[in-house]
Design a protein around this ligand. Structure first.
Ligand SMILES: [Zn+2]
Length: 102
């Protein structure tokens, strides 16, 4: 698996606005996003004022049986590589989570 499959491709386009990007001009940005689910061990604390553990596990298994393998993977780990032209990047990097109202 190539590390950066998009970088070598011809006809690069901005993933945000679809404008054509030209290599070697420093006119675009490569944004790598890695997202993990909380890697800490599950909290099986017995102080938890909740239902029985076995009930919880059964519910989890039930929920997971509805998901495909890919969906399960996506819930744990995602890795994205985005190309963005400079204007799109400059907007995005100021508000990467899209939370500031405009
Ligand atoms: Zn753009």
């Amino acid at each position: 698996m190539a590390d950066d499959p998009h970088i070598e491709a011809f006809g690069l386009i901005c993933h945000s606005c679809s404008s054509v990007l030209t290599c070697g001009e420093g006119s675009f940005y490569v944004v790598k996003i890695e997202a993990f689910a909380d890697p800490s061990p599950p909290n099986l604390d017995s102080n938890k004022p909740s239902k029985h553990l076995s009930t919880e596990i059964n519910e989890l298994i039930e929920q997971m049986s509805d998901l495909s393998e890919q969906e399960l993977m996506d819930q744990v780990y995602r890795r994205l590589i985005l190309l963005m032209c400079r204007p799109c990047y400059e907007l995005w990097i100021e508000d990467p989570t899209g939370t500031s109202a405009s």
